[in-house]
Design a protein around this ligand. Structure first.
Ligand SMILES: [Mn+2]
Length: 386
């Protein structure tokens, strides 16, 4: 069996007010192309299909168009709900889609009632069983614990419950089929963001890798947006998200996982890059340096720090004109912290408001206000006094 594992599409999520629908459309086309080119038997989507419980119609259209593209190719699909998906909404079309070999699983179910999805390969010669673990809300376990246990045991109880659910799901899988799991959950020891920081159980509601089933050919996870392999008894990967969804994901290469699996063997995996999303970048420099950079940032969304010796009115606006994809502009200039006279020398209560304003402005911006600004302050102050 050949499968394509993807997750965390978050279709519809804007970035600082900018729509990214064209990027989601392009990325989903790219994934469908990969599925068709590689002749996979099924696409597995491990949760967070939509970004919001009430996704915009454009987002729904992109997802259903993606699924429609698989139909004539004979590619099946299994989709589970993540914490961002509304389980009832995602599940609304489930029985209709089931007949099209599109298996939507929005809530946890026992094996015989949808918890295990049986898939035949395109040629009908092979069979896979996919155990599904949609996101289990922390509070569902937490509420029950809250009445009896101290809070630190909640994490433990959550992981124990998930371990029990998983064991129950996979216990009767036959050794003659390709056995897989897709789940939307956190695994301790995984990396998140762009650094080397790892998640630890006790800080998160999740599982230790050893609590995942050990008898499967492959486990495809969703929830963490950074693609990575998890050191677990069965071969386990987070596919990561499709595009860099926010600046916490900058510099992450996005991808999907092609899984090649045979019964009773560890699956082999190949990670295929997905490059449709725009890059997210932090850039820094003087206005002059940024001007030179303008040609080489392509269409990346930018977080800009502009360096200046002293405050320049309208600097952020100038940067945004220069770099239209700057979503965030921070002005950075040296501040003279020691400039403020001590309280003893001149208690604030003895100073004129205009003088207080001048000191405040100087401390905040590293330079005194212009005469024009001082005059404006005085005018406003006088008006307010009337
Ligand atoms: Mn997610």
């Amino acid at each position: 069996m050949r499968l394509l594992h993807t997750a965390d599409w978050h279709v519809g999520k804007p970035l600082r007010g900018r729509s990214r629908m064209d990027e989601y459309a392009a990325a989903l086309r790219e994934v469908a192309d990969i599925a068709v080119d590689r002749r996979v038997d099924a696409v597995l989507v491990a949760g967070d299909i939509f970004d919001s419980p009430a996704p915009p119609p454009e987002a729904e259209k992109l997802v259903y168009d993606f699924l429609a593209r698989l139909l004539p190719e004979g590619i099946a699909a299994v989709l589970i709900a993540g914490n961002h998906d509304h389980p009832k909404k995602l599940g609304a079309l489930a029985s209709l889609l089931e007949g099209l070999r599109i298996h939507v699983r929005a809530e946890v179910r026992p094996p015989a009632q949808g918890g295990i999805v049986s898939l035949a390969s395109r040629d009908g010669a092979e069979e896979a069983r996919v155990a599904v673990l949609p996101f289990v809300p922390e509070r569902k376990v937490g509420d029950a614990c809250a009445v009896m246990d101290p809070e630190h045991t909640w994490y433990e109880t959550y992981s124990e419950r998930l371990e029990q659910i998983l064991a129950e799901l996979v216990k009767d899988l036959p050794p003659s089929t390709v056995n897989l799991l897709i789940g939307h959950l956190l695994v301790a020891g995984s990396l998140f963001g762009t650094g080397e920081r790892k998640l630890h159980l006790g800080d998160i509601y999740g599982l230790n890798p050893q609590q995942l089933p050990s008898s499967l050919q492959y486990i495809g996870l969703g929830h963490l947006h950074r693609p990575q392999e998890v050191m677990a008894p069965s071969r386990t990967l987070y596919s990561g998200s499709l595009i860099e969804l926010d600046f916490g994901e900058k510099e992450q290469e996005k991808r999907v996982v092609i899984v090649e699996a045979k019964p009773a063997q560890v699956a082999s995996v190949e990670e295929v890059p997905v490059t449709s999303g725009r890059r997210l970048r932090d850039v820094e420099g003087t206005l002059e340096e940024l001007r030179h950079m303008a040609g080489e940032v392509d269409d990346a969304f930018l977080r800009v720090t502009v360096k200046t010796e002293a405050p320049v009115p309208g600097l952020a606006e100038q940067v945004k004109e220069l770099l239209p994809n700057a979503l965030d502009v921070t002005v950075d200039h040296p501040r003279d912290e020691g400039a403020e006279p001590s309280e003893e020398e001149s208690p604030r209560t003895q100073l004129e408001p205009a003088e207080l304003f001048t000191r405040y402005y100087s401390r905040k911006n590293g330079a005194p206000p212009s005469d024009e600004l001082k005059k404006l302050f005085q005018t406003l102050y006088d008006e307010a006094q009337r």
